[in-house]
Design a protein around this ligand. Structure first.
Ligand code: TXA
Ligand code: MG
Length: 330
């Protein structure tokens, strides 16, 4: 049920600039158990104190997220990550190569770790990430605790890459939104598990598989079993716009808006081209923003042009497949 609010308190009223004063305000709010959305290089996150079961429970409630789906704890440095997780050789190698940046490592919980059980969904592992966005790093440093932060959208909806996306989706259920402009990468972090066996890819993301394999010097181990069991966030129906999606479309039908790649559909009003020059990095950065824009036009369906599966195409196609999956799974 939604909380009652006066019309003077529109969602946008609680969006503030991500400057020094704004970051200090958000940090104080989080230290007091509140929630604040903030920009990262991947997507906007919804941050709460990762050491507080009560604060983390508020995150799950605001997102209507199933409590079995653990959150990423964001820390400001590798040293801070080492206090929370146990890093063996390959985990350390990956952390040193990609942090700060869009890599999340799932490692065994360290003795004395402070990330609470609710954030970990009761697991004895913890997902850790050191973001590179200056606002994210400044916020974590100001709170002086790990920040639990899932993407700042209602569970199963498209991830937000602007403060306005967050306000439209979660404006009524969170305290504050720090506006730091559009997220540059536009795709969530790559999630790798470094547990008993070799590193496993749990979620393709903003760092392509081949970049990770180049650092490791060998191929990532393929995960066995359904993705949802390995990484509880990998539910089939996720990232869903209101409109239905038709993938691998070669032409546009009359009831459709188009998510193009490389000018397949031709320039029309209801078409957005992820990258006219077929650049996958540009396409990743535009993906969620364009899905938000096309969905707002209210089409019955969104046709999506074929996107190559190499490099960042793996993560882009993963998100599109989830957005196209039948609803109701999450
Ligand atoms: O780029 C990102 O990763 C963004 C920004 C805000 O940092 N965050 C994000 O969080 O995408 P979220 O909660 O939407 O996705 C976290 C993923 C989920 O698939 C979750 O199941 C998985 O990480 N995860 C977290 N802890 C885990 C654990 N202990 N074991 C396995 N998977 C875990
Ligand atoms: Mg998410």
């Amino acid at each position: 049920m939604k909380r009652e609010r006066s019309s003077a308190l529109s969602p946008l009223a609680r969006t503030i600039a991500a400057d020094v004063a704004g970051i200090a305000k958000a940090a104080a709010m989080i230290r007091a158990g509140g929630l604040a959305a903030f920009p990262t290089e991947t997507v906007y996150g919804l941050a709460g104190d990762a050491t507080s079961d009560a604060a983390v429970a508020r995150i799950f409630a605001a997102k209507a997220r199933p409590s079995f789906n653990p959150l990423i704890a964001h820390v400001a440095s590798l040293d801070a990550a080492l206090e929370q997780g146990t890093f063996r050789t390959e985990a350390l190698q990956l952390a040193k190569a990609f942090w700060p940046g869009p890599l999340t490592l799932v490692v065994p919980l360290a003795p004395g770790a402070t990330v609470c059980s609710t954030a970990r969904a009761g697991l004895d592992s913890v997902a850790l990430r050191v973001p590179v966005h200056p606002v994210a790093l400044a916020l974590i440093s100001a709170v002086r605790r790990p920040l639990a932060a899932p993407s700042a959208n209602r569970s199963g909806r498209i991830s937000p890459v602007t403060a306005a996306h967050v306000a439209a989706d979660l404006g009524n259920s969170i305290d504050l939104i720090l506006d730091g402009g559009q997220s540059a990468m536009g795709l969530e972090s790559t999630v790798i598990a470094c547990l008993e066996d070799g590193p496993r890819l749990l979620r393709p993301g903003a760092i392509a598989r081949r970049e990770i394999e180049a650092v490791l010097g060998h191929a990532l181990t393929e995960s066995a079993g359904p993705a949802a069991l390995r990484s509880p966030g990998m539910l089939a129906s996720h990232y869903a716009p209101r409109a239905k999606l038709r993938l691998e479309a070669k032409e546009l039908e009359s009831c459709e808006a188009g998510l193009d790649f490389g000018g397949v559909f031709g320039g029309r009003e209801n078409v957005r081209d992820l990258s006219a020059s077929r650049d996958l990095k540009e396409a990743a950065a535009n993906l969620f923003a364009f899905l938000h824009e096309l969905d707002a036009l209210g089409p019955a369906r969104i046709a999506v042009a074929p996107i190559p599966h190499e490099g960042l195409g793996e993560a882009i196609n993963d998100r599109l497949a989830r957005a196209a999956a039948p609803r109701g799974a999450s």
